[in-house]
Design a protein around this ligand. Sequence first.
Ligand code: PMV
Length: 335
Amino acid sequence: MPRSGSRSATCEAAPNIALVKYWGVRDEARALPYNSSLSVTLDRLRTRTRVTFDSGLAEDRFVLNGEVVDGAPRHAVGEMLDRIRVESGERDRAEVRSSNNFPTASGLASSASGFAALAGAAAYAAGLAPTPQHLSQIARFGSGSACRSIFGGFVEWRSGRRSDGRDCYATPLFPEDHWPELVDLVALVADAPTKAVRSARAMQLTVATSPEFSGRQREIPGRLARIRRAIGARDASALFPAIMEECDSFRRVCETTTPPLDYLTGTSRAILAAVDEVNRGAGRPVAAYTHDAGAHVHVFLHASDVPRMRRRLAQVAGIAGTRVLHAGPGARRVG
Ligand code: PMV
């Protein structure tokens, strides 16, 4: 049915960093993960996306940071728009204009913020009024981790058990102001390589070939419960070792994949070693490292320990810079 009225909507969303990683899909068509995951939605970094359905367009258009984008990224955007068209009855093609308030080349650009903002803007522009839970179910088809960026603060993505995926969605655990002293000091690695294999494909290689994958699956529910509890109690001495244990487990399944997936550079590994050394020297867990499928390292610590960690990281060659981030808000409509 032809629609009248506003055909545009704008949404903002932020990247998130996983403390319990999503890595492996049990049903590719429905985008259902093997395990639940848990992340912190970050402040300051935002993707803003405007979607306009327009009867004058012959095909979907994707403009990122002012430049028309073709190929695989436009295809992925088109698939998300198709999903919204099926749900809403919208028939027109759309223009998608997206920009990041941080340099895309910094390596912090995330498909999570991009697909969370796109899912929201497209749904609202098509006249839908989705609940945040439903929006998270739509967003995961663009990129799994995008379903967590719908919510702010500390977020859990429940893998669910149903084969139809109705119990698979992200849900907020603790709000962004739950633990203000908890800082994510991001160490940006100079010359971080771009991904050779897309994570959606890489994780399925892990499922198929890593001898460590099933052991990791058995460990995750217990570790996730510990991490959830430690965040709830704002207990850094319980949280930080668990974050590193999880990161090491993620890295191990990547490294034992055939062919091996190695996301880190020598600088990244030196940062992990520096965090270990600071913890050993202090005789307590001062900080926790974690990384996703990339070379940059997120170091979680108490705000009062940021200066000492910065001094230690200044001795590591190959760090392009550090940024202090906190938990931030979820996706929201801004126009
Ligand atoms: O959301 P994707 O398909 O880009 O995969 C994200 C995978 C990790 O970042 C490594 C882990 C996670 O849970 O975010």
